[in-house]
Write a protein that binds this ligand. Structure first.
Ligand code: NAD
Length: 250
């Protein structure tokens, strides 16, 4: 890794596990000082600061941002990554579940961005990356609520990119395919035969395997770093080709 992010401060939400943990480690390896916002901050490793923040609770978000600024000196990079899954067709989840998942996956990203924005405005290298998903574009079966939230993340990314272009704040998204994280591990553990279910899941991916968290972290590091300074408003697919090749899981 390099030193492209030397001197910059990054906040990664949901950085105590899975994709967020890989992103935090990668940004740190590139020289950034990294703060993680997570409901489970004690699980965060390889970070400069881990703060108990629930992205659905504005008071913890505002306090978390203030703490990062006080302890690390500002915010240059924001990675809105915290999110949860939701399964099923349109009948599977009632209003309460819709509001709960939407509040984490969509409003949570807006809340943290809103709080961080005054500090991003002071940075000469400001960049935001939001974790969307292949679910935003692929029409995955049995993922109505989750797909709606991830589509909203992608739309919100583009709108924010337009709003903050003139002030030099770039806003992009990363759209991972099914990635090998504890979340997927928890889903597989519920299967009768987790090993067989895992093999079936891998076979459904265009490149025959799950996406690795490090591959997603590489994409995020690129998008928030100086090599992508002419890139804003995109959703970068890290999905083995599922989106661009218009492939669908069988
Ligand atoms: P994960 O469950 O391994 O990690 C999620 C992290 O977010 C955990 O540390 C958790 O404590 C934290 N978190 C959950 N709710 C929170 C809240 N309200 N406030 C603050 N932190 C909270 O999941 P993951 O697989 O690493 O997923 C991370 C992101 O990537 C999510 O946005 C998810 O939608 C997206 N994604 C995952 C996959 C995949 O296949 N794993 C694919 C595409 C997109």
């Amino acid at each position: 890794m390099g030193d492209e992010l030397q001197g910059l401060v990054a906040v990664v939400t949901g950085g105590a596990s899975g994709l967020g943990a890989a992103i935090a480690a990668r940004l740190r390896a590139d020289g950034a000082r990294v703060a993680v916002f997570d409901v489970n901050p004690d699980a965060a490793t390889d970070v400069d600061l881990a703060v108990a923040v629930d992205v659905t609770d504005d008071a913890t978000v505002v306090a978390g941002v203030a703490r990062v600024v006080a302890e690390l000196g500002g915010i240059d990079i924001l990675v809105n990554n915290a999110g949860i899954g939701a399964q099923g067709d349109v009948t599977a989840n009632g209003d309460d579940e819709w509001h709960r998942v939407w509040d984490i996956n969509v409003v949570g990203m807006a809340r943290v961005t809103r709080a961080a924005l005054p500090h991003l405005r002071r940075s000469p290298a400001a960049a935001v990356c939001n974790t969307s998903s292949i679910a935003a574009t692929a029409g995955l079966p049995e993922r109505v609520l989750y797909s709606a939230t991830k589509g909203a993340v992608l739309s919100m990314t583009r709108a924010m990119a337009a709003d903050h272009l003139a002030e030099g704040i770039r806003v992009n998204a990363v759209n991972p395919g099914t990635a090998d994280t504890p979340w997927i591990g928890r889903l597989l553990d519920k299967a009768d035969d987790p090993a067989a279910e895992r093999a079936a899941l891998e076979a459904r991916q265009p490149h025959g395997r799950l996406v690795s968290p490090d591959e997603v972290a590489d994409a995020v590091a690129y998008l928030v770093g100086p090599r992508a300074r002419s890139t804003t408003g995109i959703g970068l697919a890290v999905d083995g080709g599922m989106h661009e090749l218009r492939l669908r899981p069988p």
